[in-house]
Design a binder for this molecule. Structure first.
Ligand SMILES: [Fe+2]
Ligand SMILES: [Fe+2]
Length: 219
Protein backbone atom coordinates (compact mmCIF):
# COMPACT_ATOMS: atom_id res chain seq x y z
CA UNK A 1 0.00 0.00 0.00
CA UNK A 2 2.78 2.46 0.94
CA UNK A 3 4.51 1.90 -2.42
CA UNK A 4 1.28 2.54 -4.24
CA UNK A 5 0.67 5.79 -2.33
CA UNK A 6 4.24 6.91 -2.95
CA UNK A 7 3.70 6.44 -6.68
CA UNK A 8 0.52 8.53 -6.60
CA UNK A 9 2.25 11.30 -4.64
CA UNK A 10 4.90 11.45 -7.34
CA UNK A 11 2.46 11.27 -10.24
CA UNK A 12 2.89 14.61 -12.00
CA UNK A 13 -0.14 14.11 -14.19
CA UNK A 14 -2.42 14.49 -11.14
CA UNK A 15 -2.89 18.17 -10.19
CA UNK A 16 -0.94 18.91 -7.03
CA UNK A 17 -3.94 20.06 -4.97
CA UNK A 18 -5.59 16.70 -5.69
CA UNK A 19 -2.76 14.38 -4.70
CA UNK A 20 -3.19 14.58 -0.92
CA UNK A 21 -6.96 14.11 -1.25
CA UNK A 22 -6.53 11.15 -3.59
CA UNK A 23 -4.13 9.44 -1.16
CA UNK A 24 -6.37 10.09 1.87
CA UNK A 25 -9.38 8.72 0.03
CA UNK A 26 -7.43 5.66 -1.10
CA UNK A 27 -6.42 4.87 2.48
CA UNK A 28 -9.98 5.40 3.65
CA UNK A 29 -11.35 3.14 0.92
CA UNK A 30 -8.92 0.35 1.80
CA UNK A 31 -9.75 0.58 5.51
CA UNK A 32 -13.49 0.45 4.91
CA UNK A 33 -13.03 -2.39 2.43
CA UNK A 34 -10.91 -4.51 4.78
CA UNK A 35 -13.25 -4.01 7.71
CA UNK A 36 -16.28 -4.80 5.54
CA UNK A 37 -14.66 -8.06 4.42
CA UNK A 38 -14.12 -9.08 8.06
CA UNK A 39 -17.79 -8.45 8.79
CA UNK A 40 -18.98 -10.28 5.67
CA UNK A 41 -16.83 -13.26 6.62
CA UNK A 42 -18.29 -13.14 10.12
CA UNK A 43 -21.69 -13.64 8.46
CA UNK A 44 -20.31 -16.50 6.35
CA UNK A 45 -21.06 -14.67 3.09
CA UNK A 46 -19.93 -16.25 -0.18
CA UNK A 47 -16.75 -15.22 -1.99
CA UNK A 48 -18.63 -13.33 -4.72
CA UNK A 49 -20.41 -11.22 -2.10
CA UNK A 50 -17.15 -10.55 -0.22
CA UNK A 51 -15.41 -9.51 -3.44
CA UNK A 52 -18.23 -7.17 -4.48
CA UNK A 53 -18.35 -5.66 -1.02
CA UNK A 54 -14.59 -5.27 -1.03
CA UNK A 55 -14.78 -3.30 -4.29
CA UNK A 56 -17.72 -1.19 -3.04
CA UNK A 57 -15.69 -0.42 0.10
CA UNK A 58 -12.72 0.76 -1.95
CA UNK A 59 -14.82 3.01 -4.18
CA UNK A 60 -17.67 4.26 -1.96
CA UNK A 61 -16.24 7.79 -1.69
CA UNK A 62 -14.62 8.10 -5.13
CA UNK A 63 -17.25 10.76 -5.95
CA UNK A 64 -15.59 13.07 -3.41
CA UNK A 65 -12.84 13.70 -5.97
CA UNK A 66 -15.36 15.35 -8.26
CA UNK A 67 -16.45 17.64 -5.44
CA UNK A 68 -12.86 18.49 -4.55
CA UNK A 69 -12.26 19.62 -8.11
CA UNK A 70 -15.50 21.57 -8.21
CA UNK A 71 -14.99 23.32 -4.87
CA UNK A 72 -11.38 24.10 -5.73
CA UNK A 73 -12.56 25.99 -8.79
CA UNK A 74 -14.76 28.28 -6.63
CA UNK A 75 -13.12 31.12 -4.81
CA UNK A 76 -15.95 33.22 -3.43
CA UNK A 77 -17.65 33.16 -0.05
CA UNK A 78 -20.44 30.85 -1.15
CA UNK A 79 -17.92 28.08 -0.60
CA UNK A 80 -19.05 27.01 2.88
CA UNK A 81 -22.71 26.83 1.89
CA UNK A 82 -21.82 25.05 -1.32
CA UNK A 83 -19.58 22.65 0.52
CA UNK A 84 -22.35 21.54 2.86
CA UNK A 85 -24.81 21.18 0.04
CA UNK A 86 -22.47 19.27 -2.23
CA UNK A 87 -20.79 16.98 0.26
CA UNK A 88 -24.07 15.11 0.49
CA UNK A 89 -23.99 14.53 -3.22
CA UNK A 90 -20.82 12.47 -3.14
CA UNK A 91 -22.57 9.10 -2.86
CA UNK A 92 -24.55 9.90 -5.99
CA UNK A 93 -21.38 10.98 -7.79
CA UNK A 94 -19.65 7.77 -6.74
CA UNK A 95 -22.63 5.85 -8.10
CA UNK A 96 -22.51 7.65 -11.45
CA UNK A 97 -18.76 7.12 -11.80
CA UNK A 98 -19.18 3.40 -11.14
CA UNK A 99 -22.14 3.05 -13.49
CA UNK A 100 -20.34 4.73 -16.35
CA UNK A 101 -17.28 2.58 -15.73
CA UNK A 102 -19.47 -0.52 -16.12
CA UNK A 103 -19.62 -1.75 -12.51
CA UNK A 104 -22.55 -4.04 -11.84
CA UNK A 105 -25.69 -3.00 -9.98
CA UNK A 106 -24.90 -4.70 -6.68
CA UNK A 107 -21.70 -2.72 -6.28
CA UNK A 108 -23.03 0.61 -7.59
CA UNK A 109 -26.16 0.47 -5.43
CA UNK A 110 -24.18 -0.48 -2.34
CA UNK A 111 -22.17 2.68 -2.94
CA UNK A 112 -25.21 4.86 -3.69
CA UNK A 113 -26.82 4.00 -0.35
CA UNK A 114 -23.72 3.97 1.88
CA UNK A 115 -24.93 7.02 3.86
CA UNK A 116 -28.41 5.68 4.56
CA UNK A 117 -29.05 5.10 8.26
CA UNK A 118 -31.05 2.17 9.60
CA UNK A 119 -33.49 4.56 11.34
CA UNK A 120 -34.19 6.49 8.12
CA UNK A 121 -32.14 9.59 9.01
CA UNK A 122 -29.53 9.16 6.27
CA UNK A 123 -29.23 10.26 2.64
CA UNK A 124 -29.82 10.37 -0.31
CA UNK A 125 -33.24 8.68 -0.10
CA UNK A 126 -33.87 8.38 3.65
CA UNK A 127 -34.32 4.64 3.25
CA UNK A 128 -34.79 2.70 6.46
CA UNK A 129 -34.19 -0.79 7.79
CA UNK A 130 -34.08 -3.64 5.33
CA UNK A 131 -34.97 -1.33 2.45
CA UNK A 132 -31.29 -0.37 2.55
CA UNK A 133 -29.18 -2.87 0.58
CA UNK A 134 -27.36 -5.35 2.82
CA UNK A 135 -23.95 -4.29 1.53
CA UNK A 136 -24.70 -0.63 2.28
CA UNK A 137 -25.70 -1.50 5.84
CA UNK A 138 -22.32 -3.18 6.37
CA UNK A 139 -20.46 -0.31 4.72
CA UNK A 140 -22.24 2.27 6.91
CA UNK A 141 -20.79 0.97 10.18
CA UNK A 142 -17.34 0.37 8.65
CA UNK A 143 -17.29 3.85 7.16
CA UNK A 144 -18.03 5.60 10.45
CA UNK A 145 -15.51 3.48 12.37
CA UNK A 146 -12.77 4.07 9.77
CA UNK A 147 -13.46 7.82 9.76
CA UNK A 148 -13.42 8.11 13.56
CA UNK A 149 -10.16 6.18 13.90
CA UNK A 150 -8.35 8.36 11.31
CA UNK A 151 -6.74 11.76 11.76
CA UNK A 152 -8.69 14.66 10.31
CA UNK A 153 -7.56 18.23 9.71
CA UNK A 154 -9.80 19.40 12.61
CA UNK A 155 -9.16 16.58 15.11
CA UNK A 156 -6.91 13.68 16.01
CA UNK A 157 -7.93 10.07 15.46
CA UNK A 158 -10.01 8.47 18.20
CA UNK A 159 -8.75 5.22 19.67
CA UNK A 160 -10.82 2.08 19.07
CA UNK A 161 -12.69 2.20 22.42
CA UNK A 162 -13.64 5.88 22.05
CA UNK A 163 -14.75 5.30 18.46
CA UNK A 164 -17.00 2.44 19.57
CA UNK A 165 -18.47 4.60 22.36
CA UNK A 166 -19.27 7.35 19.87
CA UNK A 167 -20.93 4.80 17.61
CA UNK A 168 -22.99 3.45 20.53
CA UNK A 169 -24.35 6.97 21.08
CA UNK A 170 -25.87 6.79 17.62
CA UNK A 171 -26.46 3.10 17.43
CA UNK A 172 -29.90 3.54 15.79
CA UNK A 173 -28.03 4.58 12.64
CA UNK A 174 -26.79 1.01 12.20
CA UNK A 175 -28.29 -2.35 11.53
CA UNK A 176 -27.97 -3.98 14.96
CA UNK A 177 -27.01 -7.26 13.30
CA UNK A 178 -24.03 -5.52 11.69
CA UNK A 179 -23.15 -3.62 14.83
CA UNK A 180 -23.07 -6.81 16.88
CA UNK A 181 -20.93 -8.61 14.28
CA UNK A 182 -18.63 -5.62 14.37
CA UNK A 183 -18.37 -5.90 18.17
CA UNK A 184 -17.59 -9.61 17.81
CA UNK A 185 -14.71 -9.12 15.39
CA UNK A 186 -13.26 -6.43 17.66
CA UNK A 187 -13.08 -8.99 20.45
CA UNK A 188 -12.50 -12.37 18.79
CA UNK A 189 -8.99 -11.59 17.57
CA UNK A 190 -9.85 -11.14 13.88
CA UNK A 191 -9.38 -7.41 14.13
CA UNK A 192 -5.75 -6.73 14.90
CA UNK A 193 -5.77 -2.96 15.25
CA UNK A 194 -6.53 -0.09 12.98
CA UNK A 195 -3.09 -0.22 11.27
CA UNK A 196 -3.92 -3.66 9.94
CA UNK A 197 -6.82 -2.15 7.98
CA UNK A 198 -4.70 0.19 5.87
CA UNK A 199 -1.61 -1.97 5.46
CA UNK A 200 -3.18 -5.07 3.99
CA UNK A 201 -4.23 -4.88 0.38
CA UNK A 202 -5.38 -7.58 -2.02
CA UNK A 203 -4.72 -7.60 -5.79
CA UNK A 204 -8.47 -7.08 -6.31
CA UNK A 205 -8.44 -3.94 -4.14
CA UNK A 206 -5.29 -2.72 -5.85
CA UNK A 207 -6.90 -3.06 -9.26
CA UNK A 208 -9.90 -0.92 -8.31
CA UNK A 209 -7.82 1.73 -6.55
CA UNK A 210 -6.83 2.81 -10.04
CA UNK A 211 -10.26 4.40 -10.36
CA UNK A 212 -9.11 7.15 -7.97
CA UNK A 213 -6.22 8.10 -10.22
CA UNK A 214 -8.46 7.97 -13.25
CA UNK A 215 -11.03 10.19 -11.60
CA UNK A 216 -8.40 12.67 -10.41
CA UNK A 217 -7.35 13.15 -14.03
CA UNK A 218 -10.72 13.13 -15.81
CA UNK A 219 -13.04 16.11 -15.90
FE1 LIG B 1 -19.24 8.67 2.07
FE1 LIG C 1 -16.41 7.05 3.57
Amino acid sequence: MEDYIKRVKENNTIPEYMREVVCDEMYHGVEVSNLAILIAQEFGEEDKFCDDLSVAGILHDVGKLKLTKYLFSKEDDTLVIEQMKYVRMHSEYSYRILKSAGYDDDISKAVYYHHENFNGSGYPDKLRGRDIPWMSRILRACDVFAALTSNRSYRKAFDVESAVEIMIDEVADYDMKVFLAFQRILHNGKFKGIEQLSHTITPLQMKHLEMFEREALLD
